[in-house]
Design a protein around this ligand. Structure first.
Ligand SMILES: *Cc1c(COP(=O)(O)O)cnc(C)c1O
Length: 430
């Protein structure tokens, strides 16, 4: 046996042994974890930069980044060192007290959001909690209009995703997520996507707020047009309704700008943030723009035990500093353009959408789930938000070389996935 053959045989043998380890963990998972996520794809044990490793020792290029969360990749040295030193200094204080990192992070967010005088920040622990705070803000915009009509309506969009708690779920449009939990908080109406006429027809002074994602991530990376966002700003101002932008997925550099709406030149009344904000550490935020909107929630009307704690705010502050110091937004813009233009010319790719490193592309058939599985086999983590759409939301530090490795493998991945899917639908073995 040659040395090459021996090493292949060793690798195969160790893969068999290790596979049992991954399978063991998944068995224990299904015995112990509530079954709301289905079976996880792999058991991950370690990460560095844009790479992760599973319990069987297999390495992957992470092109999903924990769903647009790991903005600086995995185990970023600066962020992890800031988190550990904060933990060993002061970990939690409750909101009867504050801490320097909380204040500094709020100031930093207001500065990068270009938020004017009187703008404020509320810290939560997740995206859905940030949206709940925004929902309560919308309810407080209840002053009857001049003709005495109460402001009870909230407008959101078909395809919108805003989270899983009851208020955020009321804003989310997908029936399968909503129906099992009705009745949901009332007053929310879902309008057709990017339809200015429908918005104009629905918006009057009985509307408390319009809630939009600049790019719908979960719906398959669908961007709202600039003209829609601008018109929404104009119409909500006229009607006295709040314009609330859910930037939980699109915010914090994901689109190559600090916030996606900055591309359209508008300023919202409120904005929700979470996913990328802590560089992987859980934190959410609601930003309220201007003193009038910021005064809608008064002492005692909202709160949280963990929100804004020293460790989470230190993690976010470190993340924002590292994004800035490394010119990472510029990288997201560059590598995003490179990926999108390369994908646009690729066989089996029907349409490419997105900004920066939030990218969705439609396939020429409904085999996106097969493509995700095939990509995993070949060492790439990607995601299928719809049956024919693939999504990339990698760390914003992804290099062109790493992007190129996906582009090199993708035609083969898509061919194999299409064959698997076809074989399944005709009943033949693949
Ligand atoms: C992920 C997401 C949420 C919910 O965030 P969680 O942290 O999962 O609660 C809300 N809005 C948008 C746009 C999201 O992408």
């Amino acid at each position: 046996m040659s040395a090459g053959e021996a090493s292949i045989e060793n690798a195969a043998a160790s893969e068999l042994v290790d596979q049992a380890m991954g399978k063991d963990w998944l068995q224990r998972y299904s015995n112990a974890l509530l079954g709301v996520f289905g079976t996880p794809q792999r058991v991950l044990v370690r990460g560095a930069g844009c790479q992760v490793w599973d319990a069987d020792g297999k390495q992957y290029l992470d092109l999903l980044g924990g769903i647009a969360v790991n903005a600086l990749g995995h185990a970023h040295p600066f962020v992890t060192s800031v988190i550990s030193s904060q933990l060993t200094t002061l970990g939690h204080v409750s909101n009867f007290f504050t801490s320097p990192t909380q204040i500094a992070l709020a100031e930093k967010l207001l500065s990068i959001a270009g938020a004017g005088e009187g703008s404020k920040v509320f810290f939560a622990n997740s995206g859905t909690e940030a949206v709940e705070a925004a929902f309560k803000l919308a309810r407080r915009n209840s002053m009857p209009s001049p003709d005495g009509k109460p402001r009870t309506r909230i407008l959101a969009l078909e395809g919108g995703f805003h989270g899983r708690t009851m208020g955020a779920l009321a804003l989310t449009s997908k029936q399968a997520y909503r129906e099992p939990f009705e009745p949901l908080p009332g007053g929310v109406e879902h309008l057709p996507f990017d339809d200015i006429d429908a918005l104009e027809a629905a918006l009057d002074d009985s509307v408390a707020a319009v809630v939009l994602e600049p790019i719908q991530g979960e719906a398959g990376v669908r961007p709202l047009s600039t003209s829609y966002l601008q018109k929404a700003r104009e119409l909500t101002t006229q009607a006295g309704a709040l314009l609330i932008l859910d930037e939980v997925q699109t915010g914090v550099g994901r689109t190559g700008r600090w916030f996606a709406h900055q591309a359209s030149g508008i300023t919202p009344d409120a904005m929700t943030l979470a996913k990328g904000l802590g560089g992987g550490f859980p934190i959410g935020a609601l930003v309220t723009f201007g003193s009038k909107v910021s005064a809608l929630l008064t002492p005692g009307q909202h709160g949280t035990t963990f929100g804004g704690n020293p460790v989470a705010t230190a993690a976010a502050l470190a993340t924002l500093h590292a994004l800035e110091a490394g010119a990472v937004l510029q990288n997201a813009d560059d590598v995003g353009r490179f990926l999108r233009s390369s994908l646009a010319g690729m066989r089996r790719v029907a349409e490419v959408r997105g900004e920066g490193l939030l990218i969705g592309f439609d396939l020429d058939g409904g085999y996106a789930a097969d493509a995700v599985r095939e990509a995993l086999e070949q060492g790439f983590i990607i995601n299928a938000p719809t049956p024919r759409t693939l999504r990339l939301a990698p760390p914003l530090i992804l290099t062109r070389l790493e992007a190129q490795s996906l582009l090199d493998a993708l035609p083969g991945i898509l061919d194999a996935a299409q064959r698997t899917n076809e074989a399944q639908s005709t009943g033949d073995p693949a």
